[in-house]
Structure formats: C-alpha cells, structure tokens
Design a protein around this ligand. Structure first.
Ligand code: DX5
Ligand code: ZN
Length: 231
C-alpha cells in the first residue's frame, strides 16, 4: 500500500472555459495540489477539448503542477508541444498506439514526468514492461471523454492489482473519473494516492450557489480519514 501523500488534482474539464487562467488560480488558492488538464481529440475519445496552446496560456497561472492527460491518438507527434507548453507531467494512454514503451521514452526525453493511463477494459498486466519508465499510473474509473460519469466500481480490483505491481516503487497511483467523497475512500483504500475530480470539485453549493472549491476538495480529502503523514 503506497505511503505517498494524497494528491487532490481537480480537472479543468469542469471549469469555466471563458477564463481558464483565473480558474486555475482559484483552484490552487482553494487548495488544489495539481491541476489536471484533460486533452481530448475527438478520435481517441468521443469528445474534443483543448490543446498545447491552452496549456501554454494557463502555464503562468499554475504554481503547482500541470498534470496533462492526453486522451489523443496518435500521441507521439504532440508530446514535444505539450512539454514546450509547460506540462510538468504528461500521461498517455497505453491504448493510444502500438508502441507505448517508445512513447514513454519520448515523454522522458522531453524532461517531463511520464504517466501511463489504462482505460477500464485494459488489464493491469499491460503495465508489466512499462513500470521502469513512469512515475505515475492512472487507472481510469470512467470511460474517458466526459466529466460527470459514475465511478466504475469494478475498477477497484484493478487499482489493487496495479498497487501490487507498483509495490514500493516511487510511482503515483492516480484514479480519474467519478471521484467524489463517496467513491474516493474505496479508491484510496485500494491503493490510489492521486485523486482526479472534476464535477465533484465544481459541484454547486446549496440552493444553486457558486461552487465552494475549497469545501468540495476538503470534503473529498476528509472522507479519506487520512492517518498522519498522508496529508
Ligand atoms: C474523463 C477525464 C476525467 C474527468 C473527470 O475523460 O479524464 O479527468 O474530467 O471528471 P469527473 O470527476 O467529473 O468524473
Ligand atoms: Zn483526466
């Protein structure tokens, strides 16, 4: 079981698209540890969002970590542009091409922390020969493409399997999709330490009031009942 600190990484997929820079600052002021940027191409996933240009635009507004999740295929031709745009971390999907090992080498060559993501139908074993190239494994707990979907509880077994494979290597175990105060404890118990959340962080307050970003992130964190040293 990882002893790594818990990271709350809100996704800007649920943010106000007319003011991404201000939104990133608001998330960090509200306690976000990382900013999760969901890049979608309308081909690998049935939705389109933003590209390296947005990452470059929000870079000056992020003091913590820009955690870029590339849901694109092909992915190799674009890695350099996201690294140059200022990504601190780039997570690619093992399903995005035929040569995940080479893709991860390219991310490392760009001097960026490399992560590998698995879609819900992809077995944990596909990581077997990639663990020496990454410092993050992302287990998708929804089918990628949209925020606001339900957590796929069947992925808890895969999270446990991945945690077992990681052992005591310095690798983050990230979960992404359907994470809220209701689902985060089970994902944490199964071995995750990086929790991506979009809709739960942007959930409206009572009577439709503006989302309280700090309260929503703390609700997730407090639900974990963390032992000392994991905060
Ligand atoms: C889905 C994205 C997730 C998503 C999370 O394809 O990778 O990061 O934005 O959104 P919620 O937390 O609303 O499921
Ligand atoms: Zn994501």
């Amino acid at each position: 079981m990882t002893k790594r600190k818990v990271v709350i990484a809100p996704s800007i997929l649920s943010a106000n698209y007319s003011k991404f820079g201000i939104e990133c600052e608001a998330l960090e002021n509200a306690g976000a540890d990382w900013i999760h940027v969901d890049v979608m191409d309308g081909h690998f996933v049935p939705n389109m969002t933003f590209g390296a240009g947005l990452c470059a635009a929000i870079r000056p507004h992020i003091k913590t970590v820009m955690d870029v999740h590339l849901m694109i295929s092909p992915v190799d031709p674009f890695i350099k542009s996201f690294a140059q745009a200022g990504a601190d971390r780039i997570t690619v999907h093992v399903e995005a091409g035929d040569h995940a090992h080479r893709t991860l080498q390219e991310v490392q060559n760009q001097g960026v922390a490399a992560g590998i993501a698995l879609n819900p139908s992809t077995p944990a074993n596909s990581l077997r020969h990639l663990l020496d190239l990454v410092d993050l494994v992302c287990v998708m707990t929804v089918n990628p493409g949209f925020g606001g979907q339900d957590f796929i509880t069947g992925q808890l077994e895969k999270i446990r399997e991945v945690a077992e494979m990681i052992g005591d290597r310095p690798i983050h175990l990230q979960v992404d999709g359907g994470i809220s105060h209701k689902t985060a404890p089970a994902a944490f118990e199964a071995g995750a330490n990086v929790l991506v959340a979009g809709s739960a962080v942007y959930a409206a307050g009572e009577a439709g009031r503006k989302p309280d970003l700090r309260k929503n992130m703390e609700t997730i964190r407090n639900a974990l009942k963390l032992p000392p040293g994991r905060h």
